[in-house]
Unconditional design. Sequence first.
Length: 160
Amino acid sequence: MRIPSNYRDRRPVELQLTPMIDCVFLLMIYFLWSSSFAVAEMSLPSKLSAAPALGGSTPRVNEPPPAEADFPNVVVRILWNGSASVWTVNDVPIGSIDELTQRLTSIARIKRDAPIVLDPASDVPLGDVIEIFDLSRVVGFQKIQFAASAEMLGLGARKE
């Protein structure tokens, strides 16, 4: 019987590279599939300018666009002339309720979320004020406010 020896039976060590190569290929495929090849869209600053006009040597300076103007409040004043209501829209007199409807409709087409301020005089019947409020809602305005003076709110100067 022979005694096993580590020195006598030395065989060269063989590396099994096939499983390692398989793992590397699998990792490559995974990273290729999971990565995105889409170009990231970003606004990159540049110093490009418009070409100078014919005969001109100085290029135009790029100016930012003007700021968009805010839409002012639409003030509907309701006055009482003794027998009927009279209206003004932003201090422009209105002749009839139909003309008021047309004016409010044209404003609503431009900007529906413009604030409407109803400013009734103290002697205007409540029914006429409610009629204009309902008209503003029917036309499509969402922000309808009522103007109030300091006297109406009881904030006027008090005498003691």
